[in-house]
Write a protein that binds this ligand. Structure first.
Ligand code: GLU
Length: 462
């Protein structure tokens, strides 16, 4: 049996967007499931739009998601000599040819076809044929190389996602495979690469379905073994339109900054277009165990921020507190608040994580430990009343002398409410408003114990 080899082949013309991340996940999980290999290839032949910054972001997103690759990153622009070699072989074999049409001639060709109500296509001027005399090679024109697509027959494949697909060769024309500047086009480079890298299964977005017939024909022209193709439907935004830069954050790194955990992101992405029964939450190991290419959805999945937040909340609850402390400290740093990722911050994460969906929300809560709080006028007026101020002063007095731990703080609060004939909330809420800047928190003794005593005393004395 041949080894399964899959790849992800992003173009570095922007960040790694969610659709590509999902395809990467499927490709990775498929290779891991079958004990195969996963390759990362950077398709940087769009030289004008490719940037190093984008390459860096792609690599960083793959690292963050934990999608480890066995080979790569392989850069197409470092493989030009190989593409030229294959081009020469194809020209010699008659499956590709140089075309000297100028842009003006192609324009005129197009205009003529439009005027006659014909489909727009290359008319075969430079395509060799037995007995055909080609035009004289014009001086000063750098040719492109075109693929001599078969004129008859049908291209068919059994798509791993969509099932059987067929396209008549009449529908497609002679594609440009090498530009005048010597840089290959996507449909050609992708075939040479998938062939050289012995890729057995290609998962990609279904915007590429129209390219696949050309690619299959080029594979055949090269006598190269054909991989299986699986075209995943697009991801729709929560407005039902295609997820795009303009609608919501769609880069993977934006979700890292937004306080999502990579394991939650992977879990959520996996469920966008794939299912394993009714399972909503699963580990990456479980996914690898289950992901055999079946149960891939044929119809587009919809991005659901509320569901992603729910999935993330489930993972936050289980996350190690020391790890969360590191993530929260990083979120604080983004806000210009310096917070050490120490045991105290870990304990604070443990206390608050159940009520948060993201580490951003966790940082919203925990900022009170590191930066001044600003209770609202409303809360102050409603809870920090003249009637309760003597009790607050008495509590402050007790706390200044107490051992600084949860039990002693709890005792100080109990003694104070006993002395002042108050109910617990009548004291606990104003304490929260003053110390935490809000009226609701987890158990007040536990919350206070994580502050420095001096901070609590200072905030109570206002
Ligand atoms: N560079 C192409 C893209 O980013 C790759 C498509 C493919 O996987 O073949 O869409």
């Amino acid at each position: 049996m041949t080894t399964v080899r899959t790849r992800i082949a992003p173009s570095p013309t922007g960040f790694l967007h969610l659709g590509t991340a999902r395809t990467a996940l499927f490709s990775w999980a498929y290779a891991r499931h079958f004990g195969g290999q996963f390759v990362l290839r950077i398709e940087d032949t769009d030289v004008a739009r490719s940037t190093q910054d984008s390459v860096d972001q792609i690599l960083e997103s793959m690292r963050w998601l934990g999608l480890d690759y066995d080979e790569g990153p392989i850069y197409q622009m470092q493989r030009l000599a190989r593409y030229h070699e294959v081009i020469e072989q194809m020209i010699a074999a008659g499956t590709a040819y140089r075309c000297y049409c100028t842009p003006e001639e192609l324009e005129a060709m197009k205009a003529g076809q439009e005027a006659r109500g014909e489909k727009r296509r290359y008319d075969g001027t430079w395509r060799p044929a037995p007995g055909k005399v080609l035009p004289p090679v014009p001086a000063g024109v750098s040719p492109v190389v075109r693929f001599a697509n078969p004129e008859q027959g049908v291209v068919s494949w059994d798509d791993l996602v969509k099932g059987p697909i067929s396209i008549a060769n009449e529908e497609i024309d002679d594609l440009i495979i090498l530009r005048p500047d010597g840089v290959p086009t996507y449909n050609f480079a992708v075939v040479v690469d998938d062939w050289d890298m012995q890729i057995t299964h290609v998962f990609r977005g279904d915007e590429h379905i129209n390219n696949t017939p050309w690619q299959i024909n080029i594979f055949h022209a090269l006598n190269a073994p054909l991989p299986r193709f699986g075209h995943c439907p697009i991801i729709l935004g929560d407005d039902g339109l295609k997820l795009s830069k303009r609608r919501g954050a769609v880069s993977v790194t934006a979700y890292e900054e937004g306080g999502y955990l990579p394991e939650a992101m992977l879990n959520y992405l996996a469920r966008l277009g794939w299912s394993h029964g009714d399972d909503e939450l699963f580990t990456r190991e479980q996914m690898v165990g289950w992901f055999d290419g079946s149960h891939l959805a044929k119809s587009p999945a919809q991005w659901d921020p509320a569901k992603l937040a729910w999935v993330n909340a489930q993972y936050l609850k289980q996350a190690d507190d020391a790890r969360l402390a590191g993530l929260v400290a990083a979120q604080m740093a983004r806000r210009g608040i310096s917070a050490a990722a120490d045991e105290r911050l870990a304990a604070a994460c443990a206390l608050f994580k159940d009520r948060c969906s993201t580490t951003v929300e966790l940082a919203d809560w925990l900022a009170m430990y590191f930066a001044p709080v600003a209770p609202t006028e409303q809360d102050l007026a409603a809870h920090v009343t003249a009637a309760v101020k003597p009790a607050l002063a008495a509590l402050r007095e007790r706390l200044s002398a107490a051992v600084w731990d949860k039990a002693a703080i709890s005792q100080a609060i109990k003694d104070t409410i006993g002395e002042h004939k108050l109910k617990m909330p009548q004291l606990a809420i104003p304490v929260r408003v003053l110390v935490c800047g809000r009226a609701q928190t987890p158990s007040v003794d536990a919350v206070l114990a994580l502050f420095d005593r001096d901070t609590v005393l200072a905030r109570l004395s206002t």
